[in-house]
Each structure stands twice: as C-alpha cells, then as structure tokens.
Design a protein around this ligand. Structure first.
Ligand SMILES: CCCCCCCCC/C=C/C(=O)SCCNC(=O)CCNC(=O)[C@H](O)C(C)(C)COP(=O)(O)OP(=O)(O)OC[C@H]1O[C@@H](n2cnc3c(N)ncnc32)[C@H](O)[C@@H]1OP(=O)(O)O
Ligand SMILES: NC(=O)C1=CN([C@@H]2O[C@H](COP(=O)(O)OP(=O)(O)OC[C@H]3O[C@@H](n4cnc5c(N)ncnc54)[C@H](OP(=O)(O)O)[C@@H]3O)[C@@H](O)[C@H]2O)C=CC1
Length: 283
C-alpha cells in the first residue's frame, strides 16, 4: 500500500454511488471539522452531493482551498474556514465568523482529530495533553459553540462525532482511546441534557479506514490493519460518510446518544497494534 493510494481522489468522491436521495440535505448547512482530511472530505462530498451547503474547517488553508475548489468545480456549495480546535479562541473566532455571515449550521460533524502511536508507558506529559486536548477538549468546544447557537436561535441541531473503537482491540494509542471514550460518555450525557433543545448527539466509531491519517503509522503496522476485523478488510472513507449522512439526517430523527460502529465488527473481534505487537502475545 503506497501513501498515494490512501486517499479517495476527487473524481471518485464525485461519482461514488450512494444509497441516499439527491436533495435529502437540501436547505441544510453542515460544518465539518477535519473537512479536508480523509473522512471529513468524503463526508463533505457526500453531504454536498445530497444538497447540503458544506463548510469545511481545519488548520491547513492549502488543504482546505484545494478541497473546496474541487467541490465547487463540480457545482457543490462548499466554503471553508481555518480553525485549530485545540485553541478555545480559535473555535470562538470560527463561530463568530459564521455569525457575521449569518450562518448557523444544522449539522456539525467533528472529524478533526488524531494521535501518534507510542507505548503508553513512554507518553510525555505534553504528548498526552496534546491528544486529549485535540480529541476530547477540541470536540467539546465545537459541540458547545454549536449548541449555544441552536439554543439562542431556537433551532434544532445534530452532532456527529467521529471517535475510535474504544472497548477492545486498539493498542499503542491509549491516549486517544481514553479521549474518545470521554467523547462517547459526553455525547451520551448531552443527548439527554440537550434533548429539550432538539439537539441530537451521536458518534461513529470507524475501524481501520484507509486515509492520509495512516501516514503517521509505520508500513509494517499498517499492513496488519486490514486483518483487524472479522471482515478481513480495511474500510473506505465513503463508508463512514454514508453513516454520517444517516446519523446527521432525517432518517435518524429518533436516534440520539448512539455510537454506531462502522468497523467491520472490530468492536467484537480482532486487534490492531499501531506499535509493534509485543512478543509476549505471540502464540
Ligand atoms: C479495534 C479497532 C480497529 C481500528 C483500527 C484503526 C487503525 C488506525 C487507528 C487510527 C487511525 C487514525 O485515527 S488515522 C487519522 C488521524 N490522523 C492522525 O492521527 C494524523 C497525525 N496526528 C496528528 O496530527 C495529531 O493531531 C497529533 C499527533 C495529536 C498532533 O499533531 P501536531 O503535528 O499538531 O502536534 P505536534 O506539535 O507535532 O506534537 C505535539 C506533541 O505531541 C507529542 N508527539 C507528537 N508526535 C509524536 C510521536 N510520533 N511520538 C511521540 N510523541 C509525539 C510530542 O510531545 C509533541 O510535542 P514536542 O515533543 O514538542 O514535539
Ligand atoms: N482512518 C482511520 O483508520 C480512523 C480514523 N479515525 C478518526 O477519524 C477522524 C478523521 O480521521 P481521518 O480522516 O482518517 O484522518 P486525517 O488525518 O486524514 O484527517 C484528520 C483531519 O483533522 C484535522 N485536524 C487535526 N488536528 C486538528 C486541530 N487541532 N484543529 C483542526 N483540525 C485538526 C486535520 O486537518 P489539518 O491538517 O488541516 O489540521 C486533518 O485533515 C479522526 O478523529 C481519526 O482519529 C478513527 C478510527 C480509525
């Protein structure tokens, strides 16, 4: 597997078949953090093709501009804003820019996130804090900022948080497993607290999904990922995008507080070592 083969290209994203009806997101605006990354970009293309106005957010303006240009080139309604979800002021500034444009998203997809592989015993204080601040605190900041707008404008809203499989089988990234378990617990709590505000909060736990994010892992580790689940294959970003369209759309109007595993069953069987598997576990 080469680095180049990890990303679905724009023509694939423009044409990939979908089960959803064109127009099913017409009149809806979706804000997608990590929108220029593998899963975020696939979700942006799908929601855009279904009629949504999509706003991509991330740190790298070059990646955002390229993603937006490709979508606009196919007639989709796409724009972007920079944000660093690790910085509270940056998240506030993003939402203030949207306020100035009189834009309130109907759907927030939190796909910004990431981690580095390392044995937990070696984590530095800074490394741990970076991963928790990105994945737990950053996701929370985005959720709260969106929810405050929905409350203040008496509008319903939906949140989809992209997490990881937390209950078994993912090793060498204990910081992210802890942070994402926090996001899942937080989402379950907010699903209740925010139900009176007509805000739905759900999570998607992807299994091994081939994206540019995999570049942080060594090739010998990556080669094992396709065998980390009962289906014995890696997933595609499009498969997460379709789950996003389900949980973020009308078909899931009665679904909240759920974590949908799109992981080939890896929440039940299989293991993923993002660091070398210790000899201790060899049979
Ligand atoms: C069953 C289920 C099946 C599931 C099967 C799934 C298989 C794959 C599992 C999951 C896959 C994915 O999520 S892939 C998609 C996600 N994408 C990524 O993970 C991309 C890479 N990650 C990131 O960019 C992350 O956001 C993150 C590393 C947290 C931040 O990166 P940044 O470049 O912004 O931050 P930096 O400033 O470089 O780093 C901040 C500090 O973090 C620490 N740090 C960073 N990289 C480090 C490293 N390689 N080794 C040690 N420490 C490191 C250091 O302390 C750094 O400070 P200094 O010491 O001062 O430098
Ligand atoms: N691919 C996989 O196998 C799996 C992925 N996931 C999770 O899915 C989500 C999406 O990952 P994926 O698309 O694969 O990976 P990518 O690395 O391709 O995308 C992640 C995106 O997050 C953005 N991002 C990271 N940190 C920040 C930040 N501090 N502020 C704003 N944006 C940020 C990056 O944008 P920029 O570079 O512009 O900052 C990047 O485009 C992540 O949370 C990931 O951990 C979960 C399980 C498996």
């Amino acid at each position: 597997m080469t680095d180049d083969s990890l990303d679905l290209d724009d023509s694939a994203l423009a044409e990939h078949p979908t089960v959803y009806a064109v127009g099913s997101f017409s009149g809806h605006t979706a804000l997608i953090s990590g929108g220029a990354g593998g899963i975020g970009r696939a979700s942006a293309w799908l929601l855009g093709r279904l009629g949504a106005r999509v706003i991509l957010a991330g740190r790298d303006p070059g990646k955002l501009d390229a993603a937006v240009a490709a979508m606009r080139g196919r007639g989709l309604d796409a724009t972007s804003h920079t944000v660093d979800i690790r910085e509270p002021d940056s998240v506030s500034a993003l939402f203030e820019r949207l306020d100035q444009e009189r834009t309130t998203p109907d759907l927030l997809v939190n796909s910004a996130g990431g981690q580095f592989p390392q044995p937990a015993i070696d984590f530095s204080e800074k490394g741990w804090n970076t991963v928790v601040n990105t994945n737990l605190n950053g996701t929370w900041r985005m959720m709260q900022a969106a929810a405050r707008r929905w409350r203040d404008q008496s509008k319903p809203g939906a949140i989809v948080n992209i997490v990881v499989v937390t209950q078994q089988g993912l090793y060498g990234v204990a910081h992210t497993v802890a942070a994402r378990a926090g996001v899942i617990a937080l989402s379950e709590n907010l699903a209740v607290e925010w139900a009176p505000l007509k805000i739905r909060v759900n999570c998607i736990a992807p299994g091994a999904i081939e994206t540019p994010g995999w570049r942080v892992y060594k090739p010998e580790q990556r080669e094992t990922y396709a065998r980390s689940n009962p289906m014995m294959r890696a997933g595609q970003a499009w498969e997460i995008a379709e789950a996003c369209a389900y949980l973020g759309g009308a078909a899931a109007d009665f679904v909240t507080g759920e974590t949908l595993h799109v992981a080939g069953g890896s929440q039940l069987w299989g293991e993923t070592w993002t660091i070398p598997r210790p000899g201790y576990f060899k049979s």
